[in-house]
Design a protein around this ligand. Structure first.
Ligand code: NAD
Length: 343
């Protein structure tokens, strides 16, 4: 059938060393950038995305058109659809899965908690079930989040730190996914790498993120609410530019070992890794606003309120020494330079 030919041609690899990658969440912000970067360097790529309406579907369709032009086909489907996933694996012998489909955002969980359970937990298990039975078994790289560090007061965050105080349902689902990854590695020998992204920003970014609505509100001369922690404490984020994240994702795919088909130490241990992908420079929200004011040449109107308990944490800051050592990950873009490419 025609769809099978299109799927095959999109995921066709150009050389023996090229990867064949299924990218989930391909019409998302990070997915679009990773999928085009893979295609550009000659890997075979097929995308899947359910084009849900968590934010503007027109933006996802524009990203899809961009991917189309780059030669990446995005199948409209849900990662909970096991039949569809199996069909894709029947047609293409994927060597890798880059799993970026998820319900993102911390605050929306108070409105629609089930969407997090559906996409982040049920969807992840469904995907791993299909990967486990695929022949060959792919290696999996997936997006965890800095949010797993939760209400951890110790900064910078290292991979070995505690992650047992999530501040949001989103964070709890990402932490659950890390436990689920452990199980599928242990029992089924799947090679799995989790990447804890720290506040990713850049062109084609998500409109639910602060830098987006701050820009809109500055331009519309609306009052912007800036939150502060207890005792006037700074709220800050380790903003990480999309191109740095893409490099980290590609390095994780390139260094992923093959799945072994059976877990357990005696039968040959499959790889299980987790890395922070951040920028190592937390930037206070007040500084983010002053950069935007400078770029937009408009003064922001501000009011300061205490940080509500809505899932946000006060501070994020990545220690990236493990990712540097194992992946050669070295972010190079500071917030001001990165925002110039967005504004
Ligand atoms: P995004 O919302 O732009 O992309 C996710 C994509 O997945 C969307 O296009 C959505 O339609 C799709 N999707 C959601 N549920 C699906 C399902 N059940 N089946 C198929 N497709 C589905 O988000 P993003 O910023 O690109 O994030 C990508 C990944 O990185 C996510 O796992 C997110 O949790 C994680 N992450 C992102 C950030 C960040 O700052 N952007 C930080 C930490 C972690």
């Amino acid at each position: 059938p025609a769809w099978e030919r299109r799927v095959r041609s999109s995921a066709r690899v150009r050389s023996k060393t090229a990867l064949s990658v299924l990218v989930t969440g391909a019409a998302g912000f990070v997915g679009t950038h990773v999928a085009t970067a893979l295609k550009r360097r000659g890997d075979g790529v097929l995308g899947i995305d359910n084009f849900n309406d968590y934010y503007d579907v027109a933006l996802k369709n524009s990203r899809k058109a961009l991917l189309d032009r780059a030669g990446v086909l995005v199948v409209d489907g849900d990662i909970n659809d096991a039949d569809l996933l199996r069909k894709l694996f029947d047609v293409v012998a994927f060597t890798h899965v880059m799993h970026l489909a998820a319900q993102a955002g911390v605050r929306y969980a108070m409105e629609n908690p089930n969407s997090y359970v559906h996409s982040n937990i049920a969807g992840f298990v469904n995907l791993l079930e299909v990967c486990k039975s695929a022949n060959p078994q792919p290696s999996i790289v997936w997006a965890s989040s800095s949010s797993v560090y939760g209400l951890n007061s110790k900064v910078p965050f290292s991979e070995k730190d505690r992650t047992d105080h999530p501040a949001s349902l989103y964070a709890a689902t990402k932490k659950a996914d890390e436990a689920i990854a452990h199980v599928y590695n242990h029992i089924y020998g799947l090679s799995i790498t989790g990447l804890r992204f720290f506040t990713v920003y850049g062109p084609w970014g998500r409109p639910d993120m602060a830098y987006f609505f701050f820009t809109r509100d500055i331009l519309k001369r609306r009052v912007i609410t800036v939150f502060e922690g207890p005792n006037h404490g700074t709220v800050a984020r380790d903003f990480t530019y999309i191109d740095d994240i893409v490099k980290g994702c590609l390095a994780a795919l390139d260094t992923a070992k093959k799945s072994t088909g059976s877990g357990g130490k005696k039968r040959g241990a499959a790889q299980l890794r987790v890395f922070n992908l951040g920028n190592t420079t937390p930037v206070p929200v007040s500084k983010l606003l002053s950069i935007l004011e400078k770029l937009l040449k408009v003064k922001a109107k501000k009011r300061v309120l205490p940080l509500p308990r809505n899932g946000d944490v006060q501070f994020t800051h990545a220690n990236i020494s493990l990712a540097y050592k194992e992946l050669g990950y070295k972010p190079t873009t500071n917030l001001e330079t990165g925002l110039k490419k967005v504004c």
